[in-house]
Write a protein that binds this ligand. Structure first.
Ligand code: SF4
Length: 237
């Protein structure tokens, strides 16, 4: 789907989010900064010029079977939320699902990962169980007609399916994430994009992952991320 770039809108989001994120990262730390940035992201998406055209609504979860990418700081934020909000049984169940999903991704080659449908471990009764801390990419994913999302779900090998989206929401969301990542980079933090389950599994299983992140090093020794999907080295759990 083609659209016209709204340069002023994108620049305004980039400038504003970058300034807020740099300030928060410097003064409040990365975990607090990402929580604040996620709140601003939702506010910006809601205020986008075409936000009212979205078909997304509670209970519609076709996109929660698609591959999700996260930054390390988002993975740590999600794990903190789970520790605070989930019962012991819920934690055990979701951690087991994360481990199983991580093994599935590990067994796939890069092209198969692109077309892999897999239920997100946080999708419960057709709703997101970590909604307040769901990843940036989940917040940005949207459609103006859920039929396209359903079609992508039902035909994951067909990469020509292009669900209709809202250009304003798309540009605002993309600029917001770019600006937050640029702020992380400016402060020296890892901004690699990791597959969600793989990042969470690494954060749970690797000693010192959070310390390495705070020390501005690569947090996950078992993963090397790229734009969307992880590459595993020989140290993987
Ligand atoms: S984190 Fe939540 S919104 Fe994102 S894919 Fe999982 S269930 Fe869906």
């Amino acid at each position: 789907m083609e659209f016209t770039l709204d340069i002023e809108l994108v620049r305004s989001v980039l400038r504003s989010e970058h300034a807020s994120a740099v300030s928060d990262l410097s003064q409040r730390g990365a975990l607090r900064a990402v929580r604040e940035s996620l709140i601003r992201q939702d506010q910006r998406l809601l205020a986008a010029p075409d936000a009212e055209s979205l078909a997304c609504k509670p209970g519609c979860a076709w996109c929660c079977y698609f591959t999700v990418d996260v930054r390390a700081v988002e993975a740590f934020s999600i794990l903190d939320f789970i520790e605070q909000r989930f019962t012991p049984d819920q934690k055990a169940s979701v951690y087991a699902e994360i481990r199983a999903n991580s093994r599935k991704f590990r067994a796939l080659d890069e092209s198969d990962r692109v077309t892999f449908n897999n239920k997100c471990p946080f999708l419960m009764k057709s709703e997101c169980s970590i909604y307040a801390v769901r990843p940036q990419s989940c917040r940005n994913y949207h459609a103006t007609d859920s039929a396209g999302c359903q079609q992508s779900f039902e035909s994951p090998d067909d990469l020509d399916i292009d669900p209709e989206f809202a250009p304003g929401v798309f540009q605002v969301g993309g600029a917001h994430v770019e600006a937050f990542s640029a702020a992380l980079t400016k402060l020296g933090y890892d901004t690699t994009a990791y597959e969600l389950n793989s990042a969470l599994n690494a954060a749970l299983s690797e000693d010192g992952a959070r310390d390495r992140f705070e020390a501005r090093q690569s947090p996950f020794l078992s993963l090397v991320g790229d734009e969307v999907f992880p590459q595993y080295d020989d140290l993987g759990p």
